[in-house]
Design a protein around this ligand. Structure first.
Ligand code: ATP
Ligand code: MG
Length: 405
């Protein structure tokens, strides 16, 4: 079936003028970027719908991209035909044959904005329905909740026919909710948290702490490659690698073991907050889930969160591990997340971290270190890499490239 257009219906759209304009404008920009490999396409954002004119581009390829773009509630591939009955019948039959499976029910639903067209909606419903009956086997009509609804829209310029209502990614266009930093490890949870933040329209910069030589090139490459997967949902994402070795070594050398984890996390959060401020972000996201491990008890959150008054948002805070894993599988990050390249936290993890660290104690211990100096050196050493959808960092090719450098 050669579709000519895609009709896009917006997601959770605020009715207020300025927000609505921003929503539609961002969505149009994000769709344009997602479909940039198809220069023949035209995008027409209107106040109630967006029309994507395919000009020959293949719908199945467009579909793969479009279903990842936040802010789209539903969309329908559509055929545009001339305003005569034969053209309507022919296209309707082709559409139905392309999507019909034995035993399915259907109905025809016509709408008209051109009231001068020679047939009204009832006539069209009846004539097209009869024609389909005569030309297809085992077709059953059902008025309430049929499997297929053949929609015919009679407009001024032409007639538009579709029979599929596909579900979009929902949420809000990335960028409409402002910017934030995301603390991305190589684990299962933070990529899922990233996805959920982007789904609410937040544009994120990834902040990743690494500790060479304790962590390998591969651990860093894994975090970058995860970012590449997540960039499918947003377009390019900036990845900020922050050296964390000195801080971890100093903490390990100078502080009691029970507080290693708490103090490390306080440093991570302070660094994330500095980077957020430098980049004009408004909040910090992470992948913590209440009670999952020692550093994620409410007591630990109190002792760690103490370093900033910036909102720290935790999209997976209340989810069970099984729920998080399910989402990780859906968004395509799970298989990579479980690859065993150790990140900086596992390596310096004490065997018995405190599950109920004391805030005063954490502050006191941290004061024994050259906090300001170490933070400054970590910031000075950070490296920013723009990462594009599906960009690879772990495959053989990426390895060869790295060896040549
Ligand atoms: P994840 O699956 O996201 O790694 P986790 O359950 O393993 O989470 P932790 O390792 O305790 O939990 O990390 C909690 C959160 O702290 C992570 O979700 C992430 O947001 C942040 N974090 C941990 N390690 C790093 C890192 N190396 N760089 C950036 N952020 C990190
Ligand atoms: Mg982890």
């Amino acid at each position: 079936m050669q579709y000519t257009e895609v009709m896009v219906r917006y997601g959770e759209l605020s009715t207020k003028g300025k927000n609505r304009k921003d929503f539609i404008g961002r969505l149009a920009g994000n769709v344009t970027r997602a479909l940039q490999d198809f220069p023949e396409i035209e995008i027409h954002p209107k106040h109630d719908r967006m029309h994507i004119v395919l000009n020959g581009a293949p719908f199945d390829k467009i579909d793969q991209r479009l279903k990842l773009v936040f802010g789209i509630q539903t969309y329908s591939p559509t055929v545009k035909v001339e305003k005569n009955l034969d053209a309507i019948k022919k296209a309707s039959l082709e559409l139905m044959q392309a999507t019909f499976k034995d035993g399915m029910t259907f109905k025809v639903n016509t709408r008209r904005s051109d009231h001068d067209f020679e047939y009204d909606t009832n006539q069209l419903n009846a004539m097209v329905g009869d024609y389909l009956f005569d030309n297809m086997d085992n077709l059953k009509v059902k008025m309430k909740k049929p499997d297929l609804v053949l929609r015919i829209e009679v407009r001024q310029d032409a007639i538009y026919i579709s029979n599929q209502l596909l579900h979009g990614a929902g949420g809000m266009p990335v960028g409409t909710a402002g910017r934030a930093v995301m603390m991305l490890s190589g684990g299962i949870d933070s990529p899922v948290a990233s996805y959920l933040a982007m789904k609410r329209g937040v544009e994120i910069d990834m902040v990743h702490f690494f500790s060479p030589p304790y962590t390998t090139e591969k651990a860093l490459a894994k975090a970058k490659e995860l970012t590449g997967i997540l960039a499918n949902y947003s377009g390019k994402i900036n990845f900020i690698a922050v050296p964390f070795t000195e801080i971890q070594e100093q903490i390990k050398e100078k502080l009691p073991e029970g507080y290693l984890m708490t103090i490390q996390r306080r440093f991570m959060l302070q660094l994330a907050d500095r980077i957020r401020a430098m980049r004009g972000g408004l909040a910090i996201f992470n992948g913590e889930s209440v009670g999952q491990v020692a550093s994620q008890t409410l007591e630990s959150m109190v002792a760690i969160n103490d370093v900033t008054s910036t909102p720290v948002l935790r999209p997976v805070a209340t989810m069970d591990k099984t729920e998080i894993i399910k989402l990780a599988e859906q968004i395509g990050t799970f298989d990579l997340s479980i690859e065993p390249f150790e990140d900086c936290c596992t390596i310096f993890a004490p065997p018995r971290p405190k599950t109920k660290p004391k805030l005063d104690e954490a502050r006191k211990l941290e004061n024994r270190l050259d906090t300001e100096g170490m933070i400054q050196r970590a910031i000075d050493g950070m490296e920013i890499t723009p990462i594009y959808p599906n960009q690879k960092f772990l495959d053989d090719k990426a390895e060869e490239d790295a060896e040549l450098l």
